[in-house]
Design a protein around this ligand. Structure first.
Ligand code: ADP
Ligand code: MG
Length: 262
């Protein structure tokens, strides 16, 4: 018997709304994800994707509505409390330490989440022994970081840094991985590299990716949710969303214009 459809969603939003003054950035959004599902939220600039993402991670409190994690109401929990429950976002750019090596950043990410230790304690510990932690060695391989592990983060390309950030998020062993435009600003070759490492995580994590361009996640996401003006205007598979009249009207014309350059 397939229990998937009756199981409690891992992450769920019910009637979630966020207002900034008179602006309704997220407008009564219902959303849910099953365990190990890979979902992409798409939409043009200003559609409300990041705001919705921030409501899920706890960065903002919703003006209305409820957010559940495995059936538990987490609407009032802080980002840190949500991370502790297994809801982890890939921290963009800010969470890496530029003056440390790739390997030391991985060590920090791992030990901070597993031993709740302070950065100070870690920095004053002889780190050589920490480098041999099997999870860290595995992450270096999975995320293709072998060749750059001794480099300082400040010397990395954007694509290399993005892979490191995702590796750091995954070292915390999240159940749900949330990524807001992890492909933004990357060259095509770097996009392939990031998608390759993300594909390795399918079946291990529930993955939510916010993306601007549908073609990038066409072969990656199992289900698409398209937002426009704060609302979900379409939901389903790639073809279904591609041909949805409201998507064609609102979002699609932007990408079609970009692609066709017409
Ligand atoms: N902190 C904020 N204060 C005021 N308005 C905001 C804030 N964050 C986002 N907005 C507005 O909310 C709308 C949705 O923005 P956003 O969620 O960033 O869209 P997206 O990520 O889809 O591009 C936009 O009109 C944006 O200007
Ligand atoms: Mg955004």
């Amino acid at each position: 018997m397939n229990l998937k459809h009756t199981a409690t969603p891992v992450l769920q939003a019910q009637g979630v709304t966020k207002r900034f003054g008179a602006l309704v950035a997220v407008d009564h959004v219902d959303f849910q994800m099953a365990e190990h599902e890979v979902v992409a939220i798409l939409g043009s600039n200003g559609a409300g994707k990041t705001t919705f993402f921030n409501l899920l991670t706890g960065m903002f409190a919703p003006s209305e509505g409820t957010i559940f994690y495995k059936g538990e109401n987490i609407t009032q929990l802080s980002p840190a409390e949500r991370v502790a429950k297994g809801l982890t976002r890939s921290f963009q750019l800010t969470s890496t330490f530029d003056t440390l090596t790739v390997l030391d950043n991985l060590v920090l990410a791992y030990y901070r989440s597993h031993y709740k230790t302070t950065i100070w304690n870690l920095l004053t510990t002889r780190t050589a022994s920490l480098h041999h932690e099997p999870k860290i060695i595995e992450a270096i391989e999975t995320f293709d970081l072998q060749d750059i592990q001794s480099r300082f983060v400040r010397s990395l390309s954007l694509g290399e840094k993005r892979r490191l950030e995702i590796a750091m998020a995954i070292l915390a062993d999240p159940e749900v991985l949330l990524l807001d435009e992890p492909l933004a600003g990357l060259a095509e070759s770097e996009i392939k590299g990031v998608l390759k490492v993300l594909r390795n995580q399918i079946g291990r994590q529930t993955i939510l990716i916010v993306e601007h361009k549908i073609s990038h996640i066409q072969d990656f996401a199992q289900r698409l949710v398209v937002m426009h003006d704060g609302r979900v205007v379409a939901e389903g598979g790639y073809e279904e969303c591609l041909n949805h009249p409201e998507v064609r009207r609102s979002y699609w014309q932007i990408e079609a214009t970009e692609d066709a350059n017409a």
